[in-house]
Design a protein around this ligand. Structure first.
Ligand SMILES: [Zn+2]
Ligand SMILES: [Zn+2]
Length: 272
């Protein structure tokens, strides 16, 4: 299993000289399971991933798993190059939108006036929309299992646990992580994962004024990772106001408390 980060920033893209090293694009993670390509979230990082995918002629089939439909997690969708290719098949998965909504409806709305100049019909790929609810077990391919669970965030974010070839990757973002039932669910999604990617948007100090916003801290991530016996914790969804120097300090502090903690950078590749 190979994990590659194409966007690690939360809330809004923030490219510029102060974020060069950690990156300014919003969430997009590529996970390769052998020949299979699984994409988690479709933030602005999705654009570069799409361009890269087209260079590999063996790949013509991908799955995109959305955690939730806040703009920082879906705004890359209209710019995903494989959507414009007739020979491509893309399945887009999202949880907890039914019955009043669906991922197809969300994407149609995103690509409609006055927000976007062309409708979804501009795409040439075969696109399939797969709605599910948190708690469902997804099997996009025979050799791949995805367990899902509800996280603590406005608009019902879904957490993922991906299992393939004896390796486990967990994505727990966006979430605040109050103690209680949902934390138990999160810990079970992360249980003994080789890599658990966690929402570490805020510091503990920032949480005093930003509690209830649906985001967490690296300290809560460490507690979760210890409880779930995660191998590597990976901090993700960095606040746009945290520049590279700030992120270096945060990364060092977290690593002091839990050795081996990774602070995600755009472009980073992790082999599991
Ligand atoms: Zn977000
Ligand atoms: Zn969100």
């Amino acid at each position: 299993m190979r994990v590659r980060f194409w966007g690690v920033r939360g809330s809004i893209a923030c490219p510029g000289p102060a974020t060069m090293r950690y990156g300014g694009n919003t969430p997009c993670i590529e996970v390769r399971c052998g020949e299979r390509v699984l994409i988690f979230d479709a933030g602005t990082g999705l654009r570069s991933l799409g361009i890269e995918l087209l260079k590999d002629k063996k790949i013509r089939d991908v799955d995109i798993f959305i955690t939730h439909c806040h703009l920082d997690h879906v705004s890359g969708l209209p710019f995903f190059a494989p959507f414009f290719r007739e020979d491509y098949r893309v399945r887009v998965w999202a949880g907890n939108l039914m019955p009043s909504n669906s991922i197809e409806h969300v994407m149609r709305k995103l690509m409609s006036s006055p927000w976007f100049p062309v409708p979804i019909e501009i795409f040439k790929a075969k696109i399939e929309f797969r709605d599910f609810k948190s708690g469902d077990v997804l099997r996009p391919h025979d050799e791949i299992t995805l367990r899902t669970g509800l996280l603590d965030h406005p608009d019902s974010t879904n957490g993922y646990r991906l299992e393939h070839g004896g390796r486990t990757f967990a994505l727990l973002c966006d979430t605040e992580g109050f103690p209680g039932k949902r934390d138990t669910e999160m810990v079970s999604l992360a249980r003994q994962a080789d890599l658990a990617v966690y929402d570490a948007t805020f510091t503990e100090g920032e949480m005093t004024s930003k509690g209830g916003w649906g985001h967490s801290t690296w300290m809560r991530g460490v507690r979760m990772a210890n409880e779930a016996k995660v191998k590597h914790l990976c901090l993700f969804h960095h606040d746009p106001s945290h520049d590279d120097d700030f992120m270096d300090k945060l990364a060092a502090e977290a690593n002091d408390v839990r050795a081996g903690t990774i602070t995600a950078r755009e472009g980073q590749i992790i082999d599991l």
